[in-house]
Design a protein around this ligand. Structure first.
Ligand SMILES: Nc1nc2c(ncn2[C@@H]2O[C@H](COP(=O)(O)OP(=O)(O)OP(=O)(O)O)[C@@H](O)[C@H]2O)c(=O)[nH]1
Length: 362
């Protein structure tokens, strides 16, 4: 699926760069261009594609410091410059646009929904969001920002593919230490998904194409993407179990949004040497995905790749009812309530004296 990426904010720019580099390294050619947008000049410096600095008159290139309302305002004010940077990049061959952002900060969180809304007014191709949820250990401001952005972004984009920063964290690694490895994991998943949707001429009917990705995401809402791989046997018969086990792992432990398994629709892509992909195994795995997601709309397809491994990708559409998301929304609401209480306390110091949250010493 030939796509153009727009990285908004620091995390958005870094993830877009990772995706561009992955697509180039693999020689896929599915990423057809990228633009980085930020309010912080320093964060644009290392991006190897065109960048646009927004909000200069308000924040002088210093970022919005986590204020996502300001992030949304300055994006709206400078939207013409942002749209102009896409001229000549979004072409007749472009099949989708991805707006990429971390939802916990200010620029990406506030700006990405504005960009998605404006792009949808102009272009006919689907405009998807790729949003990063803050990890559990990140502060209250990040949770509140993400909670507010999430709903707006999901409404404005055709579908919002979510990545939980807790999803790919190794034991003992802080969220910040893990950013680079998280970005690589996401780039691999999204990069493979986009490449799998590239129509390859003259190959079997079972090969997946862009319309299957688009149809899986057609009902909008929140999406998730799982991945797992294993050593492949040279013949299809020897890979039946490998397809089943990678499918289970992709959904249950390799997802960008862990525990989000109830879905409206799903797409199961099996990547590997075409002759080594077992039809029987793929059919069995597809039925298992139907049972596990409760969806009757499970599409399937191959992604022929020359590799000694076999990989499974599972794209889920419509996962907003999942426990994981509910838990996140609760976290965001609690953080918002705590922030409101803090503001009240600051406004009226007497409240602290009246509060019985702190026990008396004697
Ligand atoms: N996965 C991942 N998350 C990141 C990365 N950098 C920042 N984040 C997360 O993104 C959120 C912060 O967003 P940023 O992109 O840093 O902020 P911003 O959009 O540039 O906004 P301001 O800095 O407030 O102007 C936090 O939840 C971080 O945990 C990254 O490289 N990878």
């Amino acid at each position: 699926m030939k796509s153009v990426l727009i990285g908004v904010g620091q995390a958005g720019g870094k993830l877009a760069r990772e995706l561009v580099e992955y697509d180039e390294r693999m020689g896929f050619g599915a990423v057809r261009g990228a633009v980085g947008i930020n309010t912080a000049k320093a964060d644009l410096r290392d991006l190897p594609f065109e960048t646009v600095l927004v909000g200069q008159d308000r924040v002088k290139g210093q970022g919005v410091g986590g204020d996502n309302e300001l992030g949304a305002e300055v994006m709206q004010a400078d939207i013409q410059e942002v749209l102009a940077s896409l001229d000549g990049r979004v072409t007749a061959g472009t099949e989708s646009i991805f707006v990429v952002a971390g939802l916990g900060g200010g620029t990406g969180s506030g700006g990405a929904p504005v960009v998605a809304k404006e792009l949808k007014r102009i272009y006919d191709v689907p405009v998807y969001g790729l949003g990063i949820l803050p990890g559990r250990d990140e502060g209250a401001m990040y949770q509140v920002n993400a909670g507010r952005s999430l709903k707006t972004f999901a409404r404005e984009a055709d579908s919002l593919l979510l990545v939980d920063n807790d999803a790919f964290r190794s034991a003992g690694e802080s969220v910040t230490e893990g950013f680079d490895s998280i970005n690589r994991e996401i780039a691999k998943r999204v990069g493979l998904l986009l490449a799998s949707g590239e129509s390859v001429e003259g190959v079997a009917e079972s090969v997946v194409d862009s319309s299957e990705i688009i149809n899986t995401l057609r009902n909008g809402g929140i999406a998730a993407l799982g991945y797992a791989s294993a050593e492949a046997a040279p013949d299809a018969e020897g890979n039946i179990n490998a397809v089943m086990s990678t499918t289970r792992r992709a959904l249950l432990t390799g997802s960008s949004l862990p525990d989000a398994t109830d879905a409206d629709a799903a797409l199961l892509v099996v990547a590997g040497e075409q002759d080594a992909i077992p039809r029987k195994g793929v059919e069995r795995a597809r039925r298992w995905v139907e049972e596990e997601t409760g969806s009757l709309q499970v599409r399937g397809g191959d992604f022929p790749l020359s590799s000694g491994r076999l990989a499974t990708l599972i794209l889920l559409g419509g996962v907003e009812r999942s426990d994981r998301l509910e838990a996140f929304m609760e976290r965001a609401k609690d953080a918002e309530a705590a922030e409101a209480a803090n503001r009240e306390e600051r406004a009226d110091p007497g409240v602290q004296w009246g509060s019985d949250e702190l026990d008396d010493l004697l």
